[in-house]
Design a protein. Structure first.
Length: 480
């Protein structure tokens, strides 16, 4: 039995043991999941691949899981797409992307070699290269016989092959480009671009983005795309070495600018964060069925407690977000059929809140609060029971958001300038599920994600304020 068959048989035999999966955030059938991979709209459906260890709830033995959907709520799990069964990917099929060419679905991923995997990192023995696989039916994949297609021969001098990963392919004017994350000899992150006319033969094109030495960051999971007349480059940031882990937090950034593909030059206009929480990483985007740009990210608690082992899985994705640019800011708005999958429960208008307002909530749903422009302070608690809650405290006078939770062991999240220079009514939209909250501020100008896997969280909702005027409070439970 080969490794792919073994993984698929294990999943089918064991998946019924999994419990407590979120209701409308994507999670694996079983086992560990991290980065979204190969996110693409293909033959009328959205396909999502993902880093997957089917055998345990910890990172190890990385395969590519696979599922597809039409609405991001109902998912069909497909067989594992890739297993680490070749000499060039023997220790893992790491992150990558997908593209359609002449009716076939191609995926490019990082083949990982590390004989000490799981033990002390020995960089001279680690090698990462980019490998290709293809499928005629979008389900069963064949690895290219001449893999790897981008490896040590294509990587210029001055870069380390031990950190050379996460290919994202795009096509511009019938030419294929691939952006890749790499560590340079100064041990800092860069994003390189490679070029091809057939997806099989690749040459180095340029370095399109470099971190500053003093930033002490390594980059992962780059993504390059165009919205209207602007180019957008995404990447995830992490400490370049363990010694910087106390000062550098894992986060995901975007850069709006202009990409000159002919000369391989990216000109930066503005940089920002995609998410201001501590649990959003390695997002990947695709062009949707109507041309919109859709994004999904991995929601994970860095350096924190894992779910209870009896859950049988670990990891979930954000809800899909549609991207747009307004006033040089990247906006993100939920990309799900809200009207179809959330039922209206309670709507309150023109509220003069003197103390506390309580709503009988549910495990998963949606809460929208629109404050009057004169509102100064408001606190919203979710997952509330007699003793615990997740609290969102808005000081609108000082433009500060403070998030504290009695669940998990995360440090508080403080967001300064949470509404920017925005004046007038403030709109707060919460999408909450069994183990997560995604908060969209002012129609997605900023987004904050939070996760906690604690069992038996409360379901109550409360809104507290003194002399607080609210234009609208809308609560909707998930499900028909």
């Amino acid at each position: 039995m080969n490794r792919l068959q073994k993984a698929n048989e294990y999943i089918q035999q064991s998946k019924e043991k999994v419990t407590s999966r979120p209701l409308y955030h994507f999670s694996p059938e079983i086992g560990w999941m991290n980065d979204p991979n190969g996110f693409i709209f293909f033959e009328g459906e959205y396909h999502l691949f993902y880093q997957h260890n089917p055998y345990d709830i910890v990172w190890n033995d990385i395969h590519w899981g696979h599922a597809k959907t039409k609405d991001f709520i109902n998912w069909e799990y497909l067989p594992e797409a890739l297993a680490n069964d070749k000499a060039y990917d023997t220790n893992g099929c790491f992150s990558g992307s997908a593209i359609e060419k002449e009716g076939k679905l191609y995926v490019m991923y990082t083949g990982h070699i590390d004989p000490n995997l799981g033990f002390d990192r020995d960089e001279p023995e680690i090698s990462q290269s980019q490998c290709l696989a293809y499928s005629s039916d979008g389900v069963n994949f064949e690895k290219y016989p001449l893999n790897p297609v981008i490896g040590k021969k294509q990587l210029p001098e001055g870069y380390l092959i031990c950190d050379f990963r996460d290919p994202k392919i795009l096509e511009v004017d019938e030419v294929f480009y691939c952006v890749l994350a790499v560590r340079n000899e100064q041990r800092r992150g860069e994003i390189l671009m490679f070029k091809s006319h057939n997806l099989l033969d690749w040459t180095f094109h340029s370095s399109i983005y470099q971190t500053k030495f003093d930033d002490n960051t390594l980059l992962e999971c780059p993504d390059l795309f165009r919205i209207n007349d602007k180019d957008v480059l995404l990447f995830s940031e992490m400490p370049c070495d363990p010694e910087y882990s106390d000062q550098i937090k894992n986060k995901t950034a975007y850069v709006i600018g202009e990409m000159d593909f002919e000369h391989g030059v990216f000109t930066t206009h503005k940089k920002g964060l995609l998410d201001y929480g501590h649990t959003f990483y390695a997002p990947q985007s695709t062009q949707g069925k109507d041309g919109e740009r859709v994004l999904m990210g991995w929601m994970h608690r860095w350096h924190d407690t894992m779910p209870p082992k009896e859950y049988g899985y670990n990891g979930m994705m954000s809800i899909p977000r549609q991207l747009s640019i307004k006033n040089s800011v990247l906006f993100q708005t939920p990309f799900i059929d809200h009207q179809k999958y959330f039922r209206e429960s309670e709507v309150f208008e023109n509220i003069n809140l003197q103390s506390e307002m309580n709503i009988a909530g549910t495990e998963a749903g949606y809460l929208k609060v629109i404050s009057n422009e004169n509102t100064k302070k408001i606190t919203i608690e979710l997952n509330k029971n007699e003793e615990k809650s997740t609290s969102f405290e808005f000081n609108l006078e000082k433009n500060i958001l403070l998030i504290n939770s009695d669940y998990g062991s995360q440090e508080p999240i403080v967001l300064d300038n949470c509404f920017g220079a925005f004046k007038g009514e403030k709109t707060l939209e919460f999408y909450f599920d069994l183990h997560s909250v995604e908060l969209f501020l002012n129609s997605g100008e900023k987004v904050v994600s939070f996760t906690a896997y604690d069992q038996n969280k409360g379901t109550g909702i409360s809104i507290t304020g003194v002399k607080t005027e609210l234009k609208e409070v809308r609560f909707e439970a998930f499900g028909s």
